[in-house]
Design a binder for this molecule. Structure first.
Ligand SMILES: Cc1cc2nc3c(=O)[nH]c(=O)nc-3n(C[C@H](O)[C@H](O)[C@H](O)COP(=O)(O)O)c2cc1C
Length: 321
């Protein structure tokens, strides 16, 4: 279970940061891996309406959004967006990130691609504002509703605080701890008790990526899916991406990872080796299965292996039940 926190305040010791830190700490206590992105320290240019996203599903702007944030938004099971209210909405830095999620919107609504984790991912909002106005968070909620829709997450709730102005105000808030505890328990509840499975192959560019995607699509509510390779490639195999795309499955912005790196933070209950080349990796104590697929050499082979993996994953899930 991976919880991504987007910290939208420019203040390093501000109220938003304190609130999000408490939220992520509680998430870790309940078993999540977490990462906080300091949005104001990232290079995220505003959307320039190049509209390439609507044609090709990519944004030509070369910045942290492309290299770091899109992949994290895809990887997350839960996205927690935290912001101070600036003029009834998010900070400008966070708004730039939100506007750039238009690329993910375009992949969903223009290219009709489905991110494998979309059905299960959840979005949550944290916000603070100095004043007491009844409508203080209305603008933010609307923005967040469409942000979460674009990135493929269900907007399930928020914690918002009025009359929070100076650094330290949030820390002194009487109900903060109880609020966070209750909110995180409810938010993470669907992810508790999922079986953690790691799919591996040599490069983590093709077979294990396909298996991971099908496992998420078919049983993301029961499986916490990880993928990795013994010698991870730099990029996904384009044949795999194309073959999956033909079925409407969006593999965009997924990254490869090394088995050793994944195992430093994750303890899978089962490892499934997809090919023959990663069998040398030592994985002590964790049960293993070998599925023996062969990486495809051309698009037709990629289509065949895609369908065979889908069937094998479906059979595996049936067996679990
Ligand atoms: C540029 C700017 C605009 C703001 N606009 C609002 C606003 O519209 N409504 C409000 O209640 N507070 C507003 N505030 C106050 C902040 O929301 C408040 O101080 C908050 O606690 C800051 O959170 P932080 O410590 O996480 O940065 C504004 C502050 C700034 C600097």
């Amino acid at each position: 279970m991976f919880v991504l926190g987007l910290q939208g305040s420019p203040r390093k010791k501000g109220n938003t940061r304190f609130l999000l830190s408490a939220f992520l700490e509680e998430s870790r206590r309940l078993g999540a891996n977490t990462q906080m992105i300091e949005v104001c320290q990232k290079k995220i240019d505003p959307c320039m309406e190049y509209v390439l996203c609507e044609k090709k599903g990519i944004c030509p702007i070369d910045d942290d959004m492309k290299h770091e944030i899109y992949p994290l938004l895809r990887k997350a099971d839960v996205i927690v967006t935290a912001t101070p209210i600036f003029f009834y909405n998010t900070t400008a830095q966070l708004k730039a990130l939100i506007d750039r999620s238009q690329t993910l919107w375009a992949r969903k609504y223009k290219l009709h691609l489905t991110d494998p984790n979309r059905k299960w991912r959840r979005g949550y909002t944290l916000a603070v504002g100095a004043t007491r106005g009844k409508n203080l968070f209305d603008g933010l909620h609307l923005t967040m509703k469409y942000f979460y829709d674009a990135v493929g997450a269900e907007y399930v709730g928020s914690l918002t605080y009025r009359e929070i102005e100076k650094p330290g105000d949030m820390e002194r808030h009487a109900t903060l701890r109880d609020d966070v505890q209750a909110a995180v328990a409810t938010l993470l509840e669907p992810f508790q008790g999922r079986k953690k499975i790691l799919f591996t192959c040599r490069e983590n560019a093709c077979l294990s990526q396909m298996a991971g995607a099908f496992a998420q699509i078919l049983a993301g509510d029961k499986l916490d899916v990880l993928t990795a390779g013994s010698q991870p490639a730099e990029k996904l195999n384009p044949l795999m991406v194309e073959a999956m795309q033909e079925k409407g499955i969006d593999m965009g912005f997924r990254q490869t990872a090394s088995i050793n790196a994944v195992l430093t933070t994750e303890k899978p209950g089962l490892i499934i080796s997809m090919g023959r080349d990663d069998t040398a990796v030592v994985l002590d104590g964790i049960p293993r299965e070998l599925w023996n697929f062969t990486a495809p050499e051309d698009l037709n082979a990629a289509r065949r292996v895609r369908d065979a993996i889908e069937a094998r994953v479906a059979e595996f899930i049936k067996g679990m039940a």
